[in-house]
Write a protein that binds this ligand. Structure first.
Ligand code: BEZ
Ligand code: FE
Length: 291
């Protein structure tokens, strides 16, 4: 019955409308969602003005969203939902820990050879990254696709400075592991940065008096036949924001050594470097496919 509904009976009435769904999972999700949404409104005694503010907020999140500005993803991130979903679905212990994807992954990144310079000509301290991809027994995973992306030394991604870079991709690339599971690239050292605060999500961050900062990191996304995809990132141990990541994604298991080298030393690719640079080495463990 959906007439003369009260604060108490409306929840069941809405839930009942999913009774006929042939999709069991859809029914389970919506029945639970309605329960929690209604309980939330009852618990905080949500006013009409507050409800209108919330709807207007979501509309504005939609309006600023684009393929390179994913404000809905950011909303999920700053509320901890992205990391919670990741925790629910990953973390069996034997593979490299995963963490959130973030809004700066973009399709259409260039495929590059191992050892390539992916900085796109952006200035900064050179960084040489060497990675090995293995299975839980330590056997190399050959032919894995390795997406990587990171900020520049001022904490900005290429998509945040498209005008300056003429829309060209920089500090991102798609590599493949060789027969030894190895991949490598040259780029520049990234920097901690604030999540975008010029949109609706920034209003929440400011209203809460929260820090918008993410600790310095390099993103990775692995795809390999027969293995679960892995979305992860590596952090710098002495980063001032490591323990207060605005999006709750930092993990101690993902802290890497960014080794500092002086001018005159050999880079991993044999180049004698005329300036200081950093190197990072990491072993990534993929989880065998579940199906
Ligand atoms: C990122 O690491 O790129 C990121 C993640 C969540 C929100 C903003 C940025
Ligand atoms: Fe990032």
């Amino acid at each position: 019955m959906s007439i003369d509904l009260t604060e108490e009976t409306i929840t069941g009435a809405v839930q009942q409308t999913f009774d006929e769904s042939k999709d069991d999972r859809l029914r389970e999700i919506f029945v639970s969602l309605v329960q929690h949404l209604h309980d939330f409104a009852r618990e905080v005694r949500l006013t009409g003005d507050e409800w209108f503010t919330a709807v207007n907020f979501l509309e504005r999140v939609g309006h600023v969203s684009s393929p390179t500005r994913q404000e809905f993803v950011l909303l999920s991130d700053i509320l901890g939902l992205s990391v919670l979903v990741d925790q629910i679905n990953h973390g069996n212990g034997s593979a490299t820990d995963s963490t959130l994807l973030g809004p700066f992954y973009v399709e259409g990144r260039p495929r590059v050879e191992n050892g390539a310079d992916i900085s796109g000509g952006v200035a900064g301290m050179p960084l040489f990254f060497g990675g090995t991809v293995v299975d839980p027994e330590g056997r190399p995973v050959a032919g894995a696709d390795v997406d990587t992306w990171h900020s520049d030394g001022d904490g900005f991604y290429d998509v945040q400075q498209a005008d300056k870079l003429d829309g060209e991709p920089a500090m991102r690339g798609l590599l493949a592991t060789d027969d030894n599971g190895r991949f490598s690239f040259r780029s520049i050292v990234p920097r901690y940065y604030p999540v975008p605060t010029d949109g609706p999500c920034g209003e929440i961050i400011r209203a809460a008096g929260r820090s918008p900062m993410r600790p310095e990191h390099i993103h990775f996304w692995f795809h390999a036949q027969g293995y679960e995809p892995l979305v992860t990132m590596l952090f710098r141990g002495d980063d001032p924001y490591l323990e207060r990541d605005a999006v709750f994604g930092a993990k101690r298991s993902l802290v890497a050594d960014f080794v500092q080298h002086e001018a005159g030393e050999d880079a991993p690719d044999g180049t004698v470097m005329a300036e200081p640079f950093q190197t990072v080495e990491w072993i990534f463990v993929l989880e065998p496919g579940r199906r």
